[in-house]
Design a protein around this ligand. Structure first.
Ligand SMILES: [Zn+2]
Length: 131
């Protein structure tokens, strides 16, 4: 290992300073994003009847330990979870938990069949069989 020359040290010092500035900038940007997101999340979660405090604590903790990646993960998870918590706490118009199947008649006996979403199949109670 030969010692680094003066010019290399000088470059490292310049790059180091710039990296520090960038890092501080990223930290401030993340902090700002966390504050903005926390404010938005608070209002959004409350309008959906969700526990806003839990999400804000989660957001701050994730941002603290995971940086911007942790922050992004919590925001994405929140966006996914909030899909099940529509505004007003009620199902939005046209929202259905399962694709609603229309009434269907049994091809054998002609009787009405029941749709079982968990099996993705029709069941004919008259025949006692899946169709
Ligand atoms: Zn039938």
């Amino acid at each position: 290992m030969r010692p680094p020359s003066r010019s290399v040290v000088a470059v490292l010092q310049i790059v180091g300073t710039e990296l520090l500035v960038i890092l501080i900038g990223v930290c401030f940007a993340t902090l700002l994003a966390v504050i903005v997101a926390a404010l938005w999340l608070h209002g959004d979660a409350q309008s959906r009847g969700m526990d806003a405090t839990v999400w804000i604590v989660l957001l701050i903790l994730a941002s603290f330990f995971g940086g911007f990646i942790g922050f992004a993960i919590v925001v994405v998870v929140y966006l996914v979870v909030r899909g099940n918590h529509p505004v007003g706490g009620a199902m939005p118009y046209g929202y259905v938990p399962y694709p609603v199947a229309p009434q269907a008649a049994c091809p054998v006996c002609g009787g009405p069949m029941t749709w079982y979403p968990e099996y993705q199949r029709w069941y004919c109670p008259s025949c006692g069989q899946y169709r």
